[in-house]
Design a protein around this ligand. Structure first.
Ligand code: UDP
Length: 502
């Protein structure tokens, strides 16, 4: 029997945006929220997706919902479940198709419709109890699209928000569109991250474009002093810090350490609710020895997913960076059992470990893999934050990407980025100004060469990092997103009731 799980969200005051936006911009932002706040009074805005942890959607919903609540709109989050893993096999197949690749190669036919619908029907029972007809619902991604029609029958209006897409859709993507279209068309509005991702066959009048954002204050992105970065890197077992102090129990000289790791800072961070958190758990590392003291570090943080091309990252690094520099590579991702809606994670991680094992000694010892514990979302985020700040260069060599939150996260930390010119990444980055974009995402040598260029030119890399932070401040922080989100809610409330003739 499937059940919905509600994710609890403590409100956050949007007034904190003032410190990043400036007083003037904050005032007009606050003014613009007013009409939506009034219209939504007495209604609940429900968000439904398929995982509360792991991946970009969960990452984005948490702060956004908290700010929406802080701004006076009752916004809640429920996660669907499935009684059989077949559901997530089908939805992962749809996800891969939407990115233009076949994934496990299975069908998207009648049997898959049957699995998809029956699992969602089981979730509707729970929704019926939670949602009333004045409420509005935002459904996220393919896993939940099928709920739109079921909710429509209950007189409830929905927007479907698609977080994935393909710059130039191919036949594989269209197979997924055809599968999903009858479900999606039952929603009143369709939201895409970029204009180019909007599907053929949807009423253009009902398409809304909203790029994602990052939260500058979350444990993932909050400012950290260098000593705090070092303390967290060490506490999490992610290797030596930028100044050469080693992971406790690692291979660097222990005489350099005192009880708190030698730097005087604690591995602490501010949790989303404002309380102080501490990094207690350790990453599971696959490595010959911890990252060398003071090493320049190239980092990619991603789910273990073929479309993030971890094998291509290793290949390009080993071919073009290893022979010409002393830099090390660290690929970090979530502990694989933690991401409930991604059945492929473990297999991909196994493949990455196997590829690393096969590297010659001199290369293998410079490639580190880290599985970050997901038991405590804030702690995981603090680890990612510290790791991104520890990085000399951050890479995102994806083969397909909806938006690529990791890129905005890296840019906010003033890190130069090397990434594929695809999806939302090309909107975020300006080639040559905030980092380097790769025209061919499948060319490992070009990737390695770009990383090497930035390693060879630290001054230029630093300037790029600073420009990157400026760009995120202007385009990709929560205030802009919240404003667009409230506009969407308002429009949804004003849409005609489902079932009414248009
Ligand atoms: N992430 C994380 N811990 C990990 C790996 C990834 O918190 O171990 C986060 C990452 O920081 C980012 C999100 O997961 O916020 C991934 O979003 P993105 O848009 O880059 O890719 P998606 O996973 O949605 O395809």
């Amino acid at each position: 029997m499937s059940a919905l799980t509600q994710v609890s969200i403590a409100p956050l005051e949007p007034s904190r945006f003032e410190t990043v936006l400036g007083a003037e911009a904050f005032k007009s932002f606050d003014e613009e929220l007013k009409p939506s706040r009034e219209l939504l009074d007495g209604r609940v805005v429900w968000n439904i997706n398929s995982t509360a942890a792991g991946g970009g959607v969960a990452e984005m919903l948490r702060p956004l919902l908290a700010y929406a609540n802080g701004a006076g709109v009752d916004t809640r989050w429920a996660v669907i479940s499935a009684s059989s893993p077949d559901f997530f096999t089908v939805t992962k197949r749809i996800h891969n198709h939407l990115h233009g690749v076949v994934g496990d190669g299975g069908e998207l036919g009648d049997a898959e419709h049957e699995i998809y619908q029956s699992e969602l029907e089981a979730n509707v029972e729970g929704l019926r109890e939670l949602v009333s007809p004045e409420d509005i619902v935002v459904l996220h991604d393919p896993q939940t699209a099928g709920l739109a029609g079921m909710l429509r029958e209950l007189g409830i209006k929905t927007a479907w928000r698609c977080h994935v897409g393909l710059d130039l859709p191919n036949e594989t993507a269209r197979v997924a569109w055809r599968f999903l279209l009858p479900y999606v068309q039952e929603a009143q509005l369709y939201v895409f991250s970029r204009e180019a991702f909007a599907w053929e066959g949807l009423d253009p009048e009902r398409i809304v474009v909203i790029p994602p954002s990052i939260d500058a204050f979350s444990p993932k992105n909050q400012d950290m002093e260098p000593a705090e970065v070092d303390a967290i890197v060490r506490a999490a077992g992610l290797g030596a810090d930028a100044t050469g102090h080693a992971t406790p129990g690692g291979s660097a000289d222990p005489s350099e350490e005192d009880a708190d790791g030698g730097q005087g800072a604690e591995p602490t961070f501010a949790r989303i609710d404002g309380s102080t958190g501490r990094v207690e758990r350790r990453a599971e590392m696959v490595e010959d020895a911890p990252v060398a003291p003071g090493a320049r570090l190239v980092v990619q943080v991603s789910r273990w997913d073929r479309l993030k091309d971890p094998l291509g990252v290793i290949d390009g690094f080993v071919r073009e960076v290893v022979p010409h520099s002393d830099a090390e590579l660290l690929l970090a991702g979530p502990a694989v059992e933690a991401v409930s809606d991604d059945p492929e994670g473990k297999q991909v991680l196994d493949d990455v470990c196997a590829a690393r094992d096969e590297l010659p000694d001199g290369a293998r010892e410079r490639v580190h893999l880290a599985c970050l514990p997901m038991d405590d979302g804030d702690e995981n985020a603090a680890m990612v934050n510290a790791l991104q700040r520890r990085a000399t260069i951050i890479v995102q060599k994806s083969l397909a990407e909806g938006f690529g939150l990791t890129v905005a996260e890296a840019m906010w930390k003033a890190r130069p980025v090397v990434a594929s010119r695809i999806g939302g990444i090309q909107d975020q980055m300006v080639h040559g100004e905030t980092g380097l974009l790769l025209d061919d995402p499948a060319d490992p040598a070009a990737f390695g060469d770009a990383v090497r260029q930035l390693l060879d030119e630290p001054e230029r890399a630093k300037e790029m990092g600073e420009e990157a932070r400026r760009r995120v401040r202007e385009e990709y922080l929560g205030a802009r997103h919240l404003q667009q989100w409230f506009d969407l809610f308002r429009r949804l409330v004003e849409e005609q009731q489902p079932g009414a003739k248009t």
